[in-house]
Design a protein around this ligand. Sequence first.
Ligand SMILES: *[C@@H]1O[C@H](CO)[C@@H](O)[C@H](O)[C@H]1NC(C)=O
Ligand SMILES: *[C@@H]1O[C@H](CO)[C@@H](O)[C@H](O)[C@H]1NC(C)=O
Ligand SMILES: *[C@@H]1O[C@H](CO)[C@@H](O)[C@H](O)[C@H]1NC(C)=O
Ligand SMILES: *[C@@H]1O[C@H](CO)[C@@H](O)[C@H](O)[C@H]1NC(C)=O
Ligand SMILES: *[C@@H]1O[C@H](CO)[C@@H](O)[C@H](O)[C@H]1NC(C)=O
Ligand SMILES: *[C@@H]1O[C@H](CO)[C@@H](O)[C@H](O)[C@H]1NC(C)=O
Ligand SMILES: [Zn+2]
Length: 453
Amino acid sequence: MKVLVMLLLSAVAPGCRANFSYSQPPKLLLVSFDGFRADYLQDYEFPHLQSFIKDGVLVEHVKNVFITKTFPNHYSIVTGLYEESHGIVANSMYDRVTKKHFSDADDKDPFWWNEAVPIWVTNELQENRSSAAAMWPGTDILIHNTTPSYFMNYNPSVSFEERLNNITTWLSYSNPPVTFATLYWEEPDASGHKYGPEDRDNMRRVLNEIDGLIGSLVQKLKLVGLWENINVIITSDHGMSQCSEKRLINLDHCLDPSSYSLIDLSPVAAILPKINKTEVYDRLKNCSPHMNVYLKEDIPNRFYYQHNDRIQPIIVVADEGWRIVLNKSSSKLGDHGYDNSLPSMHPFLAAHGPAFHRGYKHGTIDMVDIYPMMCHILGLPPRPHNGTFGRTKCLLADQWCINLPEAIGIVVGALLVLTTLTCLIVVMQNRLSAPHSFSRLQLQEDDDDPLIG
Ligand SMILES: *[C@@H]1O[C@H](CO)[C@@H](O)[C@H](O)[C@H]1NC(C)=O
Ligand SMILES: *[C@@H]1O[C@H](CO)[C@@H](O)[C@H](O)[C@H]1NC(C)=O
Ligand SMILES: *[C@@H]1O[C@H](CO)[C@@H](O)[C@H](O)[C@H]1NC(C)=O
Ligand SMILES: *[C@@H]1O[C@H](CO)[C@@H](O)[C@H](O)[C@H]1NC(C)=O
Ligand SMILES: *[C@@H]1O[C@H](CO)[C@@H](O)[C@H](O)[C@H]1NC(C)=O
Ligand SMILES: *[C@@H]1O[C@H](CO)[C@@H](O)[C@H](O)[C@H]1NC(C)=O
Ligand SMILES: [Zn+2]
């Protein structure tokens, strides 16, 4: 018996050691399909995405950050920070001190991005590791003097296929190896704005194409031999709400255009009053029942959207499905940016790879929880952030986690066992209450032998 154990140990140990020392650092590919609303997954068919999920994990709702816009949410995913802390507080911003403007078409000044350190910069600064990016917002900008080693300048006309081909080439052949990569795609956001999420025929067609892209992503990773070893996260920045020509709030009916500067419009208007803040606020307050008006100091705490100079003195938040416009009609049939507690604003998250469980479904996490999970997978030291690593433990193969029903089951089970034991002991004690003399058990000599002779 002893000999057999020794043989087993000597056979297994060197194998383990060999594979620990030669194993590659973990790789992670983070993919965003812009504007992929969480419940599209229930309402439409996604054969490729569903088979990705079947062998991986799904988080049905990711509670994103306010305001539920593209740039702010993509930066929260890669920093784990609320918007007030990472500084990208809208797709259109104005800084009163420097008089600088930011928009999605004019986003190149590092000034706007340097309030936080995205994960690709942290990864890039590690010895023997590099990062790669295909169009993720911010990846073509020198943030803290660093870009990913491999990136593309933002250009929406570059096809998904070219983005995918280049990112898999970088993941496969670079030295030092690319361990973190991002891939961004503009749909289904663009079509969601154009048709509205309730246009089932058009959305079915668009979402079917997205599923095809996910199929080609998996196929490509298999083709280059990365699929078994790479971790892939597929997620999004926000959902989409149905709008209508009948649900417009005309700001020109509320305010004299000369009394304020308009920094951002819809569905969260950012207002910089010119002379009299109180007057502008009072007028907005009495303008429409379909919006909430906040002085900056009164913005609800749950938005985590207050402590930053780039947040303007007054913000106006339209009700779901309402749009704020100037004195002209608007043709958008879908929009996002609304209150982040609305389920229609939430994206989902799916993940696959050696770091993740297989076939596990989870209800909800916060968008800021994704960052500490990614740092854990890559073995990177996380920067200060607003996420909670514990909330993603159940997704991860190397973490011990129990959910509430399991916990209740274990507690009830343990109580049953304890009760049974207690009863047995009481019964035994009663039976053995008469005095007895026990002979001491004799240990066999053999049992005292040291294990390794
Ligand atoms: C180490 O793992 C690889 C697969 O990752 C396997 O092909 C190889 O045989 C393993 N080596 C040893 C010595 O077990
Ligand atoms: C980085 O790579 C070099 C050369 O391959 C190696 O000598 C060094 O130990 C590596 N450093 C780390 C931290 O892995
Ligand atoms: C993708 O890679 C090809 C081949 O190296 C290159 O010609 C092309 O410019 C790259 N595309 C982008 C958008 O960087
Ligand atoms: C601002 O407007 C309010 C209400 O219209 C008025 O009571 C107040 O005196 C004005 N303040 C200044 C500084 O003009
Ligand atoms: C708004 O538009 C209407 C017609 O489209 C025009 O008559 C009106 O003067 C406009 N109001 C402002 C404040 O521009
Ligand atoms: C979010 O994290 C940043 C960085 O640690 C911190 O400064 C900020 O206070 C946090 N926000 C909240 C609401 O805890
Ligand atoms: Zn978006």
